[in-house]
Design a protein around this ligand. Structure first.
Ligand code: PDD
Length: 294
């Protein structure tokens, strides 16, 4: 089936979709994006993703390219035209095309691109066995809270992870604390059973999945702390996890080649994943419906 993309007001064949060579997204990475998962036809945490998009736009003084309600419609239309029931919708907004100049154009006409593709989210084996992560220095800029399309450090980090046979790379600040994955938030569970993830600040992207997981943990009475943790603490953790729109919540069972806890996925990660999918209101697209409830 031919794929369709939305580009600046038109639904076009994916292969023909293009933006101008002087688009500021291409020239300067002057743009932001969002990724929303579609699970069994449900747009997971859509309000949260659009709220964060609004914040990202605002931080960069970028105008909304259309009313948010219209964007919701376009996202659904792109999913529908691509016949996606389980997949990811990408929304990318730049400051548009303008003669190359670092300064903002006087009357920017933003570029808006919406694409969608099917995904299986995770392989069943990744949930059964967990995934491995490596740790790398965090070389990003100081405004990681903005979901900017400037992703070169993450591209390099993910490539290093792939070359090391790992699923994700956890980025580490100079003080030895883990900030987050290249495209996910990082979590550990201490030997005492306390769930830890870094507090929201300019040092990390405040994941929408992260926020929902924290709300679910609070509702279930799971003890948690929002604080930085070191790589050493992660090595000594009972469980470790990553969260993102594209993975929901996946167990990490190896960090830098060392097993986490007894090297198999733990119960808290499983409960949190189930709680997240119950919060979205859909069965797990990887394992199917689950019987246990949080
Ligand atoms: N990545 N941290 C970073 C650096 C991210 O790129 C992402 C998301 C997250 C998790 O945020 P959320 O729960 O809102 O997806 C954390 C998306 C999925 C991506 O770029 O593919």
């Amino acid at each position: 089936m031919p794929r369709t993309a939305y580009v600046n007001g038109r639904y076009v064949a994916h292969g023909d979709a293009h933006v101008h060579i002087e688009d500021r997204g291409f020239q300067f990475a002057d743009g932001v994006y969002e990724v929303v998962s579609v699970v069994d036809g449900v747009f997971a945490d859509e309000d949260g993703h659009l709220a964060r998009l609004s914040r990202s736009l605002n931080e960069l003084d970028l105008p909304w390219p259309m009313h948010p309600m219209s964007l919701r419609f376009v996202m659904r239309e792109v999913a529908r035209r691509n016949r996606v029931r389980n997949g990811l919708v990408y929304v990318q907004i730049t400051r548009g095309a303008a003669p190359r100049d670092f300064r903002f154009p006087v009357d920017p006409v933003p570029t808006l691109v919406v694409t969608c593709r099917s995904t299986k989210f995770s392989a069943p084996q990744q949930l059964e066995k967990g995934v491995s992560v490596i740790t790398i220095p965090d070389i990003r800029w100081a405004r990681r809270d903005i979901k900017s399309v400037a992703l070169l450090p993450q591209v390099l980090g993910k490539q290093r992870a792939a070359e090391a046979g790992a699923f994700e790379a956890w980025q580490v600040d100079p003080d030895g604390t883990v900030t987050e994955g290249c495209s996910s938030n990082a979590w550990i569970v201490t030997q005492e059973g306390v769930l830890i993830t870094r507090a929201a600040s300019n040092r990390i992207l405040n994941g929408i999945t992260r926020l929902s997981l924290l709300a679910e943990a609070a509702a279930a009475g799971i003890p948690f702390e929002e604080r930085a943790f070191t790589v050493e603490e992660a090595y000594a953790a009972r469980e470790a996890l990553i969260s993102s729109a594209s993975t929901f919540c996946v167990p990490v069972t190896r960090i830098d080649g060392k097993p986490v806890g007894d090297g198999v996925p733990g119960p808290l990660g499983r409960r949190l994943r189930q709680a997240y999918l119950a919060h979205v209101g859909v069965p797990d697209p990887v394992t199917g419906p689950v019987v246990t409830k949080l």
